[in-house]
Design a protein around this ligand. Sequence first.
Ligand SMILES: *[C@@H]1O[C@H](CO)[C@@H](O)[C@H](O)[C@H]1NC(C)=O
Length: 158
Amino acid sequence: SISFHIWLLILNIPHLPSSPVEYSTEISESASIGSFVGMVTAYSLSSVVYEIKDGNIGDVFAINPNSGVIVSQKALDFETLPVYTLTVQGTNMAGLSTNATVLIHLRDENDNIPIFMQSEYTGLISESASVNSVVLTDKNVPLVIRATDADKESNAFV
Ligand SMILES: *[C@@H]1O[C@H](CO)[C@@H](O)[C@H](O)[C@H]1NC(C)=O
């Protein structure tokens, strides 16, 4: 699916409430480096310079100072951090600035291989056992093979 996010900041209204506007978007954690995340646009009579002021943990995102386009500049990983809260500032030629909060939710992909709890399992079953018989361990309990998966929800089914 293609998503395209353009957010509008309004810079030229002096009495605009100072509480920052908030925008949110989602990007797959497997998105390639340089992927488009969103675009912040400030409406101003003079040109605007954009900057990420806060929340860019690990410098994962970059903003083009002139266009306001936000791209990823590093590999993303949901298991490291699922949500980024960026403070984006736009400043016009008159020195007026305003902030927007951009929430970037990473979408979990099934990118972690399951890991078996043991490297080897031994089970015993009689060659004369009927179909659907349970395989037993040497302690005479049913053999259960377990694996764990670091992904979330349905991506963690093993
Ligand atoms: C915008 O955010 C920066 C960094 O958090 C802060 O220093 C600045 O005061 C904020 N500006 C406004 C207008 O809220």
